[in-house]
Design a protein around this ligand. Structure first.
Ligand code: 13P
Ligand code: SF4
Length: 310
């Protein structure tokens, strides 16, 4: 392990590369990354770097987003099989057809979409700013929100806006059900519950939190969870998202207790990136993810619209 880490460091310097990792990446991958974060932070990082090469330890749509934002950099994804079930739940063709049925609507796409879908969208959003992005759209405008139905329902609830929601979902977060939440709540009445809004228990949790004025149930993006815990005096947390995030939570807060709401909430795509694949990716400069200019130029506008909102 030490040997491969040393080789990665050497190649990184030689190639003027940075390594960025999503909060769900394997622990050893997060540890060697220059930067770890949620989807919004990773997009921002890609827009700020001067590196010639960005090695992305995440999934394909994230590497595409980096390529859209930094077209002059060489963006590498160590394993091209690192896809995303949520991004695959809508195609650009699906979106074009949906837009035809609502010609005056504003299209808001979650960052977990392909570059082609972003190119057909007015705004992007992530789990950390979806509410803000919807609130920035004039009240009289119809909104198409895609592709996550659980996040869409959450945004609808939080903004009080009636929006059209695509019926997509993430296969990992969909498995985090109301029953999981109820069972864990019963067993851990003293814990704070951190809920990622892609989870299928989200609507029920929002109802519980608002009806009972229960501030032990909170909704965050992955980095939102990390920031909240780092600044909290509470000591026990039940975490409703992909389990990879527990690494950083525990590392930053060794005295606190973290319980995954579901042990098998594992994104197999995020785990495809290993130290060995990172080494080969840097050595052979593989696998480059490059978005065609005409698509990238249109998709960039949707991402910039999001970044300008927050
Ligand atoms: P965030 O890290 O932006 O909360 O997204 C979660 C996710 O599922 C990324 O694929
Ligand atoms: Fe996609 Fe779900 Fe994996 Fe996130 S956890 S990358 S949404 S499949």
């Amino acid at each position: 392990m030490e040997e491969i880490k040393k080789k990665i460091e050497e190649l990184k310097k030689e190639k003027n590369a940075i390594i960025v990792a999503h909060n769900y990446a394997r622990p050893e991958v997060q540890n060697i990354a220059d930067f770890t974060g949620d989807s919004l932070e990773l997009s921002r990082k890609a827009s700020e770097t001067n590196a010639e090469m960005i090695l992305f330890c995440g999934v394909h749509f994230m590497a595409e987003t980096a390529s859209i934002i930094s077209p002059e950099a060489k963006v590498l994804l160590p394993d091209l099989n690192a896809g995303c079930s949520l991004a695959e739940s809508i195609t650009a063709e699906d979106l074009v057809n949906w837009k035809r049925q609502h010609p005056n609507a504003v299209v808001i796409s979650y960052i977990n979409t392909t570059a082609e879908v972003k190119a057909e969208s007015d705004h992007c959003c992530t789990s950390s700013n979806a509410v803000k992005v919807v609130e920035a759209i004039p009240k009289d405008k119809e909104i198409l929100f895609l592709p996550d139905k659980f996040l869409g329902a959450y945004v609808q609830e939080m903004t009080g806006r009636k929006i059209h929601i695509w019926k997509g979902s993430c296969h990992v977060h969909e498995k985090i059900t109301e029953t999981d939440f109820e069972d864990m709540k019963r067993e851990n009445p003293d814990a704070v519950f951190l809920i990622h809004p892609e989870s299928s228990c989200t609507q029920n949790c929002v109802k519980k939190a608002t009806q009972h004025n229960d501030d032990s149930i909170r909704f965050f993006s992955t980095s939102g969870m990390i920031n909240y815990v780092n600044n909290s005096n509470e000591n026990k947390f039940v975490v409703a998202t992909e389990v990879g995030i527990l690494h950083r939570l525990k590392k930053d807060n060794p005295g606190k207790m973290f319980i995954p709401i579901k042990e098998n909430a594992v994104c197999e795509y995020m785990k495809l990136t290993t130290l060995e694949k990172i080494y080969y990716a840097l050595l052979y400069e593989q696998y480059e993810v490059k978005v065609k200019k005409n698509i990238a130029d249109r998709a960039r506008k949707a991402i910039e619209n999001m970044i300008s909102i927050g």
